[in-house]
Design a protein around this ligand. Structure first.
Ligand SMILES: [Zn+2]
Length: 450
């Protein structure tokens, strides 16, 4: 496996050399100019800029890395020496990180950086409708009205520190002192090579110390993008996991070369897991017609979160009762694997009611099941999905913290990702905004500040 690892990183090093964007070149030029000017006055800066002299950071720095859809357990699919270095020398959620419900990408990424449940931060699904205006949210919408709460980059910027985000849900939204600054905040483009993302974050550590971001978020789309197509147990996932591991290796190497690896906090996590789905586990809404008709234009999303918004004037309680009667009747195929609720009656542990953006009727399917409007002819499709109840183990992701405040080789119990905001503000020693995380949680996983 060692040779595989090298085989996969060496060519990408070369590719990266030739594909650096003008932006990075500009950033580095600006850096060099700044260093040169300062070096005229201070020979120590010259030494720092040109030699491997170990430099201590002026303040704590956190790099938050997300690997989308990195299901807990993927770290054992293939040798992952770099991820395991972080695990062995850091603190790990022993049985994984618990996502918020619904276990989708945008709600979870935004919960991680705000410490809020989706009902509070407003991103209640990857796509949804604002009921008062009929305006439709999609991941490309960057107006502040959609994104409630205070994300970490805003908290950091509000306190006069630099923050950076390389593709994180909500990072392009201008809020408070955060104006998505050039060079520190990238406009989303999935074709940017992972190497370039890592190298950009590393280049911040070549900047004068007051320009180094105290907080940098870094996002990789994999292994989620493969997981949807092939499910969690395909060789493509194994390869995607190995590639993420090599990116973590690239990050560690770059920090070590700059003499800051032991001083910088690296948190590696994912937003949710992944479970296999196949068309032998489908519930068809049209099968409920003898009890109640659910027209397609009432359905805002089918699965794993079934979200139904009937037009005004319909009796919501009656619709829910009739749907559940049909599902429980034994006459609807796979009906017992779907349960429908008024959102206020969902289990409280899901925290999925207190927002008028959440449709009034929510259906929860069993793990791996899907919902469709009607039977169609066609090839049987199998793949992967997430969005299910966050109680399912398959929806869990990973949490690993490495740095001065994380004990080496420590295992901690699983926790929900809304706790992470307070952990990061504790490490940075800055005041956080109110959120759904517990104030005492950081003490339970962090070492005391030096
Ligand atoms: Zn996904």
């Amino acid at each position: 496996m060692g040779s595989d690892h090298h085989a996969s990183t060496s060519p990408s090093n070369q590719t990266n050399q030739s594909t650096r964007t003008l932006f990075i070149t500009t950033l580095l030029l600006v850096t060099c100019n700044a260093v040169s000017a300062a070096a005229l006055r201070n020979p120590y800066i010259k030494a720092r800029a040109h030699g491997p002299v170990k430099k201590k950071l002026d303040r704590p720095v956190v790099i938050l890395v997300s690997s989308d859809g990195f299901r807990f357990g993927y770290q054992f699919k293939t040798p992952t020496p770099n991820i395991h270095r972080l695990i062995n020398q850091g603190t790990e959620a022993e049985t994984g990180l618990i996502p918020v419900f619904p276990t989708y990408t945008f709600p979870n990424h935004y919960s991680i950086v705000t410490g809020l449940y989706p009902a509070s931060h407003g991103i209640i699904n990857n796509r949804f409708v604002e009921p008062r205006t009929g305006d439709q949210f999609s991941p490309a919408r960057h107006e502040p009205k959609w994104w409630l709460g205070e994300p970490l980059w805003e908290t950091v910027a509000n306190q006069g520190l630099k923050a950076a985000a390389y593709f994180w849900a909500g990072s392009e939204v201008r809020k408070g002192s955060w104006d998505c600054p050039k060079g520190y905040c990238m406009k989303y483009n999935s074709s940017v090579p992972f190497e370039e993302r890592v190298d950009t974050v590393l280049s911040y550590f070549d900047l004068p110390s007051d320009e180094i971001p105290a907080f940098a978020a870094l996002y990789f789309e994999d292994p989620d993008s493969h997981g949807h197509v092939v499910g969690p147990d395909d060789v493509a996932i194994t390869k995607a996991v190995a590639r993420i591991d090599s990116m973590i290796g690239r990050l560690i190497d770059g920090l070590e070369k700059r003499g800051v690896f032991e001083d910088v906090t690296v948190i590696l996590l994912g937003d949710h897991g992944m479970v296999g789905t196949c068309e032998d586990k489908v519930i068809f809404l049209d099968d409920l017609a003898p009890w109640v008709e659910i027209p397609a234009d009432w359905v805002h999303s089918y699965f794993p979160l079934l979200a139904i918004w009937p037009p005004a004037g319909h009796n919501l309680t009656e619709i829910v009762q009739r749907m559940n009667q049909g599902l429980d009747s034994g006459k609807v195929e796979k009906g017992k694997s779907l349960r429908v609720y008024l959102k206020e009656e969902l289990p409280a542990r899901l925290h999925y009611a207190a927002s008028d953006r959440i449709p009034p009727i929510i259906g929860m399917v069993d793990e791996g099941f899907t919902v469709a409007q009607r039977r169609t002819e066609g090839a049987r499709y199998c793949g992967g999905a997430h969005g299910y109840d966050n109680e399912y183990f398959s929806m869990r992701s990973i949490f690993i913290g490495h740095g001065p405040r994380f004990a080496r080789g420590r295992k901690v119990p699983s926790f929900e990702n809304v706790q992470i905001y307070n952990v990061i503000t504790s490490i940075l020693n800055i005041k956080g905004a109110p959120n759904n995380g517990s104030k005492s949680f950081p003490q339970s996983i962090l070492l005391p500040a030096q």
